[in-house]
Ligand binder design. Structure first.
Ligand SMILES: Cc1ncc(COP(=O)(O)O)c(C=O)c1O
Length: 440
């Protein structure tokens, strides 16, 4: 029996619910009849052996993982669990090499697990502030000196940048380092072409938000263990999830993960491929108008607004007035995320909007996008757990950052905890409207 069948039968049974949650299955918000807790027959997420385990096995099979754990708390939980399981595997304080474009969940994991991070900085100035993926050569350099246990790569990134996971994985194998991939934005990649998903490109652990690109309730995510990962990873995965997860996972979210597998076994892969083709037509139309899309992802469009004379925020506001709400906008870009569940109307709105848009002279970017290489004074954990004070960013030059100042691209930090704040960093922080910062 599947998780959803169990929930439906339970809802229809008329049984007295003498257990959590307090809504008792009454339709107050709408979906309560199917919202269960870990009662007999409903299995238990972190000790799964029944309907949840069966759902997880189906997910693993369709993604080609050796083991998959469901998460009802997003990739944020999967990322912390991935690092937690790696830490237990090594049984000592880990050193992880990572580019700076990591999500805040990675920073939290480093603080909680006292991971030493060897940052991989971009070689040269990038077109965008804080855009900083890593090429295999940069990973090779980071690993050449030894002492790195794992490499942590975010790909695709928030703006649709994609790293060479295959190349990076070969470098990791050569140096005996694990490869952990934040594929939060790329669950759909498994279904739209050969060799695009990190599991097929040599990653050992992959964290991905089913909810970002697949039809799953917000919070539904997967922690995948690759077939070639070290043998103890499977048994270490659930205990690592326990370390960080809630003891009350949402059955509505898990039910949607299970339903998504049904869809992926049906015609959803075909629908995903059709969406990529439809998005490609829109991308082509934008290109013909000279509108630059910097996304390398097939279901994401990232407009370089500055190049056509607008800020990203201005464009997003104009699109809002034309009945379109974007995923993200900042001073430079607007990010549009598409899926098979966007009707044709939505693609037509995008095309009509950009066909009619007055193209202007590029805006001058006031802050030079030079890569920052802040001086590290102490570990992320030491800094986070030290006494700190909040001061104006203007006055922060030379002080040590207590905790990563976020939101320079959602959740990508310009300065990490334990690093000295330079005049250049202050410029970037101000550019992203971060006007106060916690310093030691
Ligand atoms: C690159 C990246 N990684 C991880 C996450 C966290 O994912 P979730 O919201 O599923 O916890 C996000 C969220 O936006 C993200 O953009």
């Amino acid at each position: 029996m599947s998780l959803n069948k169990f929930a439906e039968d339970y809802a229809a049974s008329g049984i007295s619910r003498l257990h959590m949650p307090g809504h008792k299955g009454c339709k107050i918000h709408g979906l309560e009849p199917l919202d269960l807790t870990e009662i007999k027959g409903a299995d238990s997420l972190f000790e799964s052996e029944g309907v949840i385990a069966q759902g997880e096995r189906r997910t693993a099979e369709i993604f080609g993982a050796r083991t998959t754990c469901w998460s009802a708390e997003g990739s944020s939980l999967c990322i912390k669990a991935a690092l937690g399981l790696a830490a237990r595997h090594f049984g000592r304080r880990m050193t992880v090499a990572a580019p700076r474009n990591c999500h805040r969940a990675f920073i939290s994991a480093c603080v909680l697990l006292d991971i030493d991070v060897k940052w991989i900085f971009p070689e040269s100035g990038s077109a965008r502030l804080c855009e900083c993926g890593a090429a295999p050569e940069a990973v090779e350099k980071a690993l050449a000196g030894g002492g790195v246990d794992a490499v942590y790569i975010t790909s695709p990134d928030y703006l649709g940048g994609i790293s060479d996971i295959g190349g990076i994985s070969r470098v990791c194998k050569k140096h005996g380092a694990l490869l952990i991939c934040d594929n939060a934005h790329g669950a759909y990649l498994k279904f739209v072409g050969e060799g695009m998903h990190p599991l097929d490109l040599g990653a050992d652990i992959v964290c991905e938000s089913a909810h970002k690109t697949l039809p799953v309730y917000t919070g539904g995510a997967y922690l995948h263990i690759a077939k070639n990962a070290p043998a103890d990873f499977d048994e270490l995965a659930k205990p690592a999830m326990v370390l960080f997860g809630s003891t009350s996972p949402s059955y509505l979210i898990m039910g949607s993960l299970d339903r998504c597998t049904d869809l992926l076994e049906g015609d959803l892969p075909e629908m995903l491929r059709a969406c990529c083709e439809r998005t490609a037509r829109t991308k082509k139309l934008l290109a013909e108008r000279g509108i630059s899309d910097i996304s390398r992802e097939a279901m994401k469009i990232t407009i370089d607004a500055v190049k056509i004379g607008y800020t990203g925020v201005q464009l997003a506001e104009m699109m809002r007035r034309s009945k379109m709400e974007c995923e993200y906008a900042d001073a430079e870009v607007v990010v549009l995320m598409l899926s098979p569940y966007n009707p044709e109307r939505d693609f037509e709105r995008i095309e009509r909007f950009f066909s009619g848009l007055e193209l202007r002279e590029p805006l001058a970017i006031p802050c030079p996008p030079e890569p920052l290489r802040p001086e590290k004074v102490m570990s992320l954990r030491q800094a986070e757990l030290s006494r700190a004070e909040r001061i104006d960013v203007e006055k922060a030059e030379g002080r040590v950052c207590a905790r990563s100042a976020m939101s320079c691209q959602p959740s990508v930090a310009a300065v990490m905890g334990g690093e000295k704040i330079s005049a250049e960093a202050i410029k970037i922080l101000k550019r992203y409207s971060i006007l106060q910062i916690d310093v030691l």
